[in-house]
Design a protein around this ligand. Structure first.
Ligand code: HAM
Length: 447
């Protein structure tokens, strides 16, 4: 899904005749994309795969508005996503924002539906999200996200289902565990460390957001931010040590075997064996995630060549609903963007070939036969055939054959007056290079 070339109409064609206005730039706004047919085919293919995997896991599709009330996103933990909001006042003076993610909308809908629903809810959505981001490969100002969320299941069985869905998707696309891994951790690891240093629980979301920036910011800056969030300097060392852990044994040694984090992680990895996805998962305590609302398991998909940013990410957010005034409700889910995966498919030469498929080209050889030609096209379409009816005038046979070739059409149906007077049409099978005369009924029956 490439951006359109940076050529304005002016450079290309000069001022069109009869146009009074100055020529606009033909580029979409910075960081956004057009989807011309070839890119749209790829997007549709990708979304069909998202939908198919969601269906296999018995999830139902939901959708939300692109514009939401700004207060849905103005959380106080200093998350990057809040600073990247596309927000504005609407004509009624309401503060609104283009959604930067789908999770708050989902939480709002769950709250609205209330307890009347039969839980657990297993919902998926595919929607465009807007973030005023610094652009890098695979990161742009709009992207589509596939989300799968489970509401009402407190155990890691829910996370295991989600991780299995992600792996099912990768596998469907031809991606293997040699190409991609999923780093898994649990925020309770960090919580246990903060408890050791008597750091108030209130500062936990903000601390997670700061710690998530460890790879991006210099250490002094992280320490400064942690200091502001009420974390003493002697605790910083402990936090950094915890984040560097890569084995359950080391984790147990640091926070104790009785910690909820260790038990949950072990159970999740045991379930992964049952699903046969253990090769894809890697325990890595450095995964914290930059969103404030996660409370337990957190995970992120990454490419093993380390060329791209996170492919997908998610986790458990058992307290998001109560921050909106509802009851605490166990919930977990993930977001999977459309941009990074396409970059990965390109890297791995796994992009599908997706031609525009046409079954029949139908053409009246004389203007007087345009009405019956429309009728033939309509009958073929009612049988499910993809029909290109030639609606241009004065086209020669040479053009038609070339057109059929470009469209990779299977058949060409010609209406000429001599045959039509006998109730027949000329049918050319373009693959077999055979030509037959058929009545319209015979043509329709033979499809
Ligand atoms: P997130 O990590 O912010 O999580 O985004 C999830 C995925 O969306 C990323 O891994 C990436 O694939 C894609 N993505 C995010 N920002 C951009 C961007 N600027 N350009 C291209 N792709 C992007 C969330 O949004 C959570 N709400 C996910 C979630 C759902 N957690 C629980 N349920």
């Amino acid at each position: 899904m490439s951006g359109s070339p940076a050529v304005s109409l002016k450079e290309k064609e000069g001022t069109p005749k009869g146009s009074m206005g100055s020529l606009i730039s033909t580029d979409p706004p910075k960081g956004t994309r057009d989807f011309p047919p070839e890119d749209m085919r790829l997007r549709t293919w990708l979304f069909n795969n998202f939908r198919e995997v969601s269906r296999l896991f018995s999830f139902e599709e939901v959708d939300f508005p692109l514009v939401e009330s700004e207060e849905l996103y103005t959380r106080k933990a200093g998350e990057e996503i809040v600073g990247q909001l596309y927000n504005f006042e609407d004509k009624g003076g309401r503060k609104v924002a283009l959604r930067p993610e789908l999770t708050p909308s989902l939480a709002r809908l769950v709250l609205q539906k209330g307890r009347a629903q039969s839980y657990p809810l297993k919902w998926f959505a595919i929607g465009q999200c807007w973030r005023y981001e610094r652009m890098t490969r695979g990161r742009r100002r709009e992207h589509y996200q596939w989300n799968m969320d489970i509401i009402g299941v407190p155990g890691v069985e829910a996370e295991a289902e989600l991780l299995s869905a992600i792996v099912t998707f990768f596998t469907k696309l031809g991606i293997t565990s040699n190409d991609v891994g999923i780093k898994v951790s649990n925020r309770k690891v960090l919580q246990a460390v903060l408890e050791k240093f008597n750091i108030p629980v209130d500062s936990f979301p903000a601390v997670c957001v700061i710690v998530d920036k460890l790879e991006k910011l210099p250490r002094e800056e992280i320490e400064g931010e942690l200091d502001k969030a009420g974390v003493p300097s002697n605790a910083v060392e402990g936090i950094l040590k915890a984040l560097s852990l890569k084995s359950f044994d080391d984790l147990e040694a640091l926070i104790g075997a009785q910690s909820g984090a260790v038990a949950e992680l072990k159970q999740l990895f045991a379930l992964a064996e049952g699903y046969g996805i253990q090769d894809w998962l890697h325990f890595d305590a450095s995964v914290v995630r930059g969103l404030a609302y996660y409370t337990g398991t957190v995970f992120e998909g990454f490419d093993k060549d380390k060329k791209l940013r996170a492919i997908c990410g998610g986790g458990r957010y058992d307290r998001l609903l109560s921050t909106y005034g509802g009851q605490d409700t166990p919930a977990c889910g993930f977001g999977f963007g459309d941009a990074v995966i396409v970059e990965l498919l390109k890297e791995k030469k796994l992009l599908p070939v997706l031609p525009h498929v046409v079954d029949d080209v139908v053409m009246a050889l004389e203007d007087s036969l345009r009405v019956p030609a429309a009728g033939v096209a309509a009958r073929l379409r009612s049988k499910g055939r993809v029909v290109e009816l030639v609606i241009e005038k004065g086209k020669k046979m040479k053009w038609v054959f070339k057109h059929c070739d470009t469209l990779k059409a299977k058949r060409l149906v010609l209406l000429g007056s001599t045959e039509w007077d006998q109730g027949k049409v000329n049918v050319k099978d373009l693959d077999a290079r055979e030509q037959t005369l058929k009545t319209v009924d015979e043509l329709i029956e033979s499809t």
